[in-house]
Design a protein around this ligand. Sequence first.
Ligand code: GLN
Ligand code: ZN
Length: 764
Amino acid sequence: MKPIQTRTLGYPRIGANRELKKAVEAYWAGTISQDELAETAAQLRSKHWKQQRNAGIDLIPSNDFSFYDHVLDTACLVGALPERIGFGGGNVDLPIYFTAARGVPPAEAAGRIEETAALEMTKWFDTNYHYLVPELQKDQFFRLSSTKPVDEYLQAKTLGIETVPVLLGPISFLLLSKPDGDFDALTLLERLLPVYQSVLAQLKNVGAQSVQLDEPVLALDLTDAQRTAFAPAYSTLAAVAPRIHLTSYFGGLRDNLDTALTLPVASIHCDAVSEPGELNALLEKLPADKTLSLGVVSGRNIWKNDYEKSNALISKAVSKLGAERVLVSSSSSLLHTPVSLEAETGLDDEVKNWLAFADEKLGELAELAKFQRLESAGSDPAWQANAAAAAARRTSPRIHVPTVKTRCAASTPDDAKRQSPFAERIVKQQDALNFPLFPTTTIGSFPQTTEIRQARAKHRKGELGDAEYTQFLKNEIRSVVREQEELGLDCLVHGEPERNDMVEYFGQQLEGYVFSRNGWVQSYGSRCVKPPILFGDVSRPKPMTVDWAVFAQSLTETPMKGMLTGPVTILQWSFVRDDQPRAETMKQIAFAIRDEVNDLEAAGIKVIQIDEPALREGLPLRRTDHAAYLSNAVEAFRISTSGVHDETQIHTHMCYCEFNEVIDSIAALDADVISIEASRSRMELLGAFQDFNYPNQIGPGVWDIHSPRVPSAEEMVELLQKAAQAIPAERLWVNPDCGLKTRAWPETRAALTNMVAAAKQLRA
Ligand code: GLN
Ligand code: ZN
């Protein structure tokens, strides 16, 4: 009998020390050449393949590397770049590639070449990775325009490593693209397939034994037309391709399962981490000519695998199919996990023993395969060590805090309900706060100057003492308050100079969190994020923001907004524990934030903003799962905000958000005021609020803070007049789209001056 084989669906590209990020950015800055960049990339790929081979992975992917993004790579592969990028045929070269990724900003273009907009970017399924959205024309012409998959396969082969080239499948490619015009992207499938055939034939020609075709759209709700596109397309491809491993991940195949099962492919992947229940259906229905790729090691989280659980799934599959028809796999690409625990010298051994980053996951895959060859896996030392770690996690008092669990269990609907309805609250709030019509405010942060960043870095390194740092921040707050008073804003903020990140700042002060030193994951292009690790029951040992808010309020008579991040966003932007439902963890965070909100109120803060920019992006992939998520999210937000008196005004803020599908949940949050990003859509987003008859107050952004451009007062008046057609004027606020931390002071002053002028003009 052939031993059971292991595979990964992809490995992090960025490098253990973010070598790729640094090289790419150095290339952009002109400090290294294209050849030097290519050399670094080749070294990283080689290192990553060897890492996987040495760990005992049998099916090692290639072409999972990318200089920026694999969806952009696919667009380049098939020669589908919009005209403005300036691709003139032949193969896409690196300068063109990066133009598509980043555009040519006006400053850089400076008359030499035309300023060019990059492709749009959007979230990759429900991860925090962002891909570039290919733009397709109705009469789109496709042509093989890159040798990347073949080159990388051959590079590995030269090293003596046989790899499985990974391609984003043609149907996912089309469905993830944006048709430029009113047509269905799938109408382009027939034109696209010959290009896929060429690259697959080339791969076969140079010796590739199998390829991995990713069709993650199979984890989404598809129409019948979309589903029926698969069979003919895959027959066309299978005719010329090496063996095809079909992979979909981040969710179950569910109603797309039968579609996948009928395709002429060698294996079907099951993401048994996100949908373990699907294994039964697969085992029952898998045709005899197919292998099952069983994704039991999560490509999304950072927790040590539970061998007992995974082994049970694998054994079940093996006893039905035989070991030769089962692949032990990561659930998805490991792209979404940090590279290695090795650098985590700052984590204590207890917590570290609960974790596994990408490299540790390779070892897990190999061990899980090994257990299948052993008479008794249970007596293996690796098994025992894993069982001990799992047992410790189940019982550790660092994770399980009875007071936190009891409080959540004892919560009642009243915890999620303000004392009176909005109509009554707003009258009392108006009495206390006395805001004019069209009140002006900002979203929270003010420019994070080099000075602020340097002071924070020095403080972190211990070069700046606590007292000096506090003094520095106080001075900063003083000057931000003075600026706002001079501008004449109606509701002030302290400017958030003490925060570098809206989740990390709270994570650092909550129980239940740890922070990695080097746990970076790619967010987009060269940008990485280091999500905090939420490992245990969450509580708030002491106030987190009250001193700053009180200090800021002491400097002015004008109302000062307290500024917090909401439970949904804190959850969404962290690595979340997998040993209890996400909703349970969210509720714990909600109670911790509630304590902070109540303390702010008790300290005399009358306006409190709880940011929830991630509320919309937390939506599950499948529509049937939306309602449960939204109801939990709404409840969590309301738990955070409902401990205050009617007189206290609760604000929330959301950006990058389409509201249509979720407007009833947004309304159910029952925030007194919501500020949203609206300027880029020229107030179109307000349509959803208008149609819904949204009852509370709204601040639609009138300044696109993503650009240094300063909008004139007239422009803002115009936007607000448009807004007033959708929402009664007495319910409108005037504010920018989002926080100002990435802006510089000159444009900030100028734009806010115009904003205040616009509000005054409207009042008159
Ligand atoms: N209060 C935060 C800020 O102003 C909000 C950031 C966000 O919405 N992403 O920076
Ligand atoms: Zn925002």
